[in-house]
Ligand binder design. Structure first.
Ligand SMILES: Nc1nc2c(ncn2[C@@H]2O[C@H](COP(=O)(O)OP(=O)(O)OP(=O)(O)O)[C@@H](O)[C@H]2O)c(=O)[nH]1
Ligand SMILES: [Mg+2]
Length: 452
């Protein structure tokens, strides 16, 4: 089957499966399955980021075969532009950011909370061109050096992170003039991308190499970029860096362009693998989110287990107190007040077991039970919840780095569940949900992994 069709069939089946098997569980534990389903329903996404004037928009125009994006020396475009093919009944048009972030059919609603300033720096263009049949492209404002969130008016790196989560391929573009020295680029590679995407989804490009004056000039730029990248990524292996340039009309570069002509073509070829990448991306994403949910449930199991352990202690001590109250409560009462005439102990010794002698013992025992219940509800439980929240990281063992990473992502939800619904969670037997999750991951989802 052709990749595009196969992707469509598989995502449809996956969506159905998620809805049926995981929908109710997501709801129960405060997760919105829509967050997972919406990107599923959308096209593969190629995100193009990089420093200003590195040639992002020029490259996009080249692959689209028309001058859709504005280009120019110096920071030219300060907007995020989503380029997408119109659906059969849609016109070629340009939509403002407000329409983009409020359309529930599009996966950009999470960007709403970045505020008005971002919304006014966003747009979507529907363009009829062959390349957009396979995926959507997002052009981004160039990364700058000495710029702050205040200058931009919104959290630029946060937005890049959010879009990176969505993207199936990320092209990170540099140019020889600023080979990896720009501050926002540093922040993106160092902090933003690792939390939002996998290494295999990032493609590094050194563009505009035709502007190097000689091969040694190019090697210097390439070396600088490699060195900077190794500092930023912390990787010991150097990822492939595509060396490309846009052929400039009327200009002949001393760099023997033919040598690197193929790289531009190879880059375009790699881009066309985005739909295929999408399938594994989606499955990884589903796998991760479901594992996060599994961790959430595991945390609730531990929370409940710890409480039951504490509760058993209460039952033991207060149970003993209730028994004592039952047998001797009325005796103490008689010593203090002279009433009742014959306490239960006396009646039992005399061999008299009529009901009237049990009345006060039952009252005393119930009083102790009521006190115990008050103690559990007013003192023990709130204190237990508070202490658990204080030491949340030790609620369950986090043996692997992956589990720790999942924990950090799910922690705020676990915190919320305990803070807001502690009583409810204690009453639920979570174990069977955990088994559902295990079954979903081991049987259902792995069948999808086998198919791609
Ligand atoms: N010589 C040469 N010039 C290029 C190349 N690619 C782009 N340019 C020129 O570089 C300038 C910047 O290109 P853009 O495509 O606007 O760069 P950008 O990365 O989109 O820039 P911003 O949108 O400002 O971040 C334009 O004048 C392009 O014509 C290239 O490979 N070689
Ligand atoms: Mg641009």
């Amino acid at each position: 089957m052709e990749t595009g069709k196969m992707a469509e069939t598989l995502t449809k089946e996956l969506e159905q499966l998620l809805r049926n098997k995981m929908g109710p569980l997501f709801e129960r534990y405060g997760l919105d399955i829509k967050d997972l389903l919406t990107p599923l329903k959308w096209k593969p996404v190629v995100l193009i980021i990089g420093n200003y004037s590195s040639g992002k928009s020029t490259f996009i125009n080249e692959i689209m075969g028309s001058q859709v994006q504005r280009t120019g020396q110096a920071p030219t475009d300060d907007s995020f532009t989503i380029l997408v093919a119109p659906e059969p009944n849609e016109p070629e048009e340009e939509l403002p950011g407000s329409a983009v972030v409020n359309d529930e059919r599009l996966p950009f609603t999470p960007l709403r909370h970045f505020g008005e300033s971002l919304i006014s720096h966003m747009r979507l263009k529907r363009v009829t061109t062959p390349i957009l049949q396979d995926f959507a492209i997002i052009d981004t404002p160039g990364m700058l050096d000495s710029v702050t969130e205040k200058d931009r008016g919104y959290d630029y790196l946060g937005v890049v992170g959010e879009l990176a989560k969505l993207a199936d391929l990320i092209i990170l573009m540099f140019d020889p003039h600023k080979a990896g020295t720009i501050n926002e680029t540093y922040q993106t590679i160092r902090s933003t991308l690792p939390g939002s995407t996998g290494e295999d989804r990032v493609i590094y490009v050194l563009n505009r190499i035709d502007e190097c004056e000689s091969v040694s000039d190019l090697l210097r730029s390439y070396g600088t970029l490699c060195w900077n990248l190794s500092q930023m990524t912390g990787r010991k292996d150097m990822p492939r860096i595509y060396l490309t340039f846009a052929p400039q009309e009327g200009k002949v570069s001393p760099m023997v362009p033919e040598t690197w002509m193929n790289e531009r073509e190879e880059l375009k070829q790699t881009m066309s693998s985005a739909p295929k990448m999408r399938l594994s991306h989606i499955l990884q994403e589903v796998d991760r989110v479901v594992r996060e949910l599994g961790l959430e449930i595991e945390a609730m199991v531990a929370f409940r287990k710890r409480f039951i352990h504490k509760f058993k202690g209460v039952v033991r001590t207060w149970g003993m107190a209730a028994i004592l109250a039952f047998f001797f409560g009325d005796l103490v009462m008689k010593l203090l007040t002279g009433y009742p005439d014959t306490p239960l102990a006396g009646a039992l010794l005399a061999g008299n077991i009529s009901f009237e002698y049990f009345l006060w013992p039952i009252v005393w025992a119930l009083l102790v039970v009521a006190l115990a219940s008050l103690y559990v509800q007013r003192i023990l439980f709130p204190k237990f919840t508070k202490n658990t929240l204080k030491d949340l990281d030790n609620l369950i063992p986090l043996e692997t780095a992956y589990k720790k990473d999942l924990w950090n992502r799910a922690k705020h939800r676990i915190n919320k569940l305990i803070e807001k619904q502690a009583r409810r969670q204690i009453l639920i037997t979570h174990g069977r949900y955990l088994r559902k999750i295990e079954h979903f991951l081991d049987k259902d989802l792995s069948r999808f992994f086998e198919r791609i």
